[in-house]
Write a protein that binds this ligand. Structure first.
Ligand code: NAP
Length: 312
């Protein structure tokens, strides 16, 4: 079931961090005879041509999907519906249509009505990324040892799901299947809420009257620096995530607010035991993440210090 699949033609709509990484990884693994791509702007298309990673860069989405047996939308979640409408009539019967959006319920809702019954719709979300975007930001190792969640609608041909699973496995990912709603709930707490908190805290620090922005930057401690990295993520992508996974994020935000109130109360009352117990529990979660290989235990999360690297 997991032998590396070979596609005659893969079409990637959008060539940013995720599309560019898929193209690079598929190329390295030899998963396609031909990779065709397109992007919204002439500027990105020209840059992709220069990079020379794909076989063809075309102008329109319709042209990109022509005769492709795997089509992956690598564009912001909010753009998936209109693009599905555009490509629907041009899809090859039997083709697998997928995406990489960070929200799944809205993508299924927006794309499914535009896809002909003759294609296999298997939405996907690689839980892998960086704060960078654009055609130069991708790299072939991005998905290695990262999860890719598939959320096929009920009744999807299991053979198509297996083929897409094998594709993601071949480029290094571990694959799990779940329903779109469950995906959105899980990601609301593991990814979307943390981003909302990072966007908030960095904004708050920026607006503080009594501490200047230059002091915030100069004295940024590890915790704040990690928030700034997350808060540097692409504004379009994250606007679409919050607009399209509103209910699940609001639900998690409610629980988060209650927990924040509990910690605030413990601090106000000088309840060191409550604080200590809480921090001990969260430390165990961090250890668990390292133990299952989802992060490194090296100081500063294993990130190289650019200045140190330059000096040595
Ligand atoms: P990115 O680097 O900003 O690239 C986005 C690509 O989509 C660009 O090629 C862009 O074209 C194209 N695009 C933007 N708006 C479009 C529209 N309205 N119609 C057609 N194409 C459009 O973004 P990314 O990080 O690869 O994210 C792409 C998708 O992956 C998003 O759905 C995101 O939720 C998901 N995702 C991201 C991460 C992450 O960490 N970044 C992780 C997992 C999943 P131009 O360059 O011409 O503007």
């Amino acid at each position: 079931m997991n032998a590396a699949p070979s596609f005659q033609r893969i079409a990637l709509i959008g060539f940013g961090l995720i599309g560019g990484s898929i193209a690079r990884a598929a190329r390295v693994q030899g998963l396609a005879k031909e990779i065709v791509t397109t992007a919204r702007s002439e500027k990105t298309r020209a840059r992709v041509m220069e990079l020379g990673i794909v076989d063809r860069v075309v102008k329109t989405n319709a042209e990109a999907v022509k005769d492709a047996d795997l089509v992956i939308l690598c564009i912001p979640v909010g753009a998936c519906g209109p693009v599905a409408q555009e490509i629907g009539p041009h899809l090859k019967p039997g083709a697998i249509i997928s995406d990489v959006g960070s929200v799944k319920g809205a993508v299924v809702r927006d794309m499914a009505p535009h896809l002909p019954a003759s294609v296999h719709f298997v939405p996907a979300h690689p839980v892998a990324g960086t704060e960078h975007s654009g055609p130069d930001s991708g790299f072939p190792e991005l998905f290695i040892n990262r999860w890719c969640i598939l959320t096929p609608p009920e009744g999807t041909d299991p053979a198509a799901v297996d083929r897409l699973r094998a594709f993601w496995t071949a480029i290094g990912a571990k694959v799990e299947v779940m329903t779109p709603d469950h995906h959105d709930l899980v990601l609301a707490i593991t990814s979307h809420l943390p981003h909302l908190i990072a966007y908030t805290i960095v904004g708050t620090a920026d607006e503080l009257g009594e501490v200047t922005s230059s002091e915030v930057m100069k004295f940024s401690a590890g915790g704040f620096r990690d928030f700034t990295r997350i808060a540097a993520s692409d504004p379009t992508m994250w606007r679409d995530v919050f607009l399209n996974n509103k209910d699940a994020v609001l639900e998690m935000l409610g629980t988060f607010s209650e927990d924040l109130s509990k910690l605030t109360r413990a601090m106000r009352r000088g309840d060191g035991e409550a604080l200590f117990d809480h921090f001990t529990r969260t430390r165990a979660i961090r250890r668990g993440i390292v133990e299952i290989g989802q992060d490194s235990a090296a100081p500063d999360f294993g990130r190289l210090q650019t200045s140190a690297v330059k000096k040595s």
